[in-house]
Write a protein that binds this ligand. Structure first.
Ligand code: IMP
Length: 200
């Protein structure tokens, strides 16, 4: 069975990725399942892809295991792509998701609906012996004028999904995954891992 390290200590993220890999001949583990604890690498890249590669390469070098790492965030057109790769850090240390949402809405206060376009992006890097692949997913949408819904996490309450116009926080998990940047990247990654597991 193919062993895969998911380079995250976020249990929500690990369980979401494991759900996606169900049915494959893959034994997926998270960072907390490793015998050694490693310092977290600095995410110094200027793109989601670069940061995903930094993380996957770091843990592959440390462990020798096939490693999957993801990096994601929100690009807002009226803010020239911010918060982008700084989505998790937007607003500074210790700020809550609600605080980040308020800050973003404040920055967009005078921006009319037609110019509130945005997208979530997710890059997944898969790095291992003889493997170096990137999978990307994007979801185009719009920033609402106020938060809506209580599901999901991060910027979900202010990201309006295409077509339905519901916020990501108003969607069930499966509905969000069918549309989301992470769902799209994970579906591509799953197909590749399926082929890889059949060859090992
Ligand atoms: P990371 O990919 O774990 O570094 O986190 C990226 C940051 O982007 C998160 O902390 C969230 O603020 C934001 N983000 C990424 N994906 C989503 C999503 O699906 N919904 C809401 N916020 C997201």
């Amino acid at each position: 069975m193919l062993k895969l390290l998911i380079a995250s200590s976020n249990h929500g993220k690990i369980s979401e990725i494991k759900d996606f890999l169900q049915g494959l001949e893959i034994n997926a583990i998270g960072l907390s399942d490793l015998a050694d604890a490693y310092a977290v690498p600095e995410e110094t890249g200027s793109t989601f892809e670069e940061n995903a590669i930094i993380k996957a390469e770091y843990y592959f070098t440390k462990t020798g295991l096939l490693t999957l790492a993801d990096d994601s965030g929100l690009e807002v057109d009226a803010l020239d792509g911010r918060p982008g790769v700084c989505s998790a850090r937007y607003g500074g240390r210790g700020i809550s998701s609600a605080g980040q949402i308020n800050l973003l809405l404040e920055e967009l206060r005078d921006v009319p609906e037609a110019r509130r376009t945005a997208r979530f992006i997710c890059a997944i890097a898969l790095i291992g012996p003889d493997v170096r692949r990137i999978f990307e997913g994007r979801c185009e949408g719009r920033i609402s004028s106020e938060p809506r819904g209580d599901k999901g996490f991060g910027y979900d309450p202010i990201f309006l999904a295409p077509e339905s116009g519901k916020s990501f926080a108003e969607l069930e998990r499966e509905e969000k995954t069918a549309l989301s940047h992470r769902g799209m990247a994970l579906r591509k990654c799953r197909n590749y891992l399926n082929d890889l597991s059949l060859k090992t």
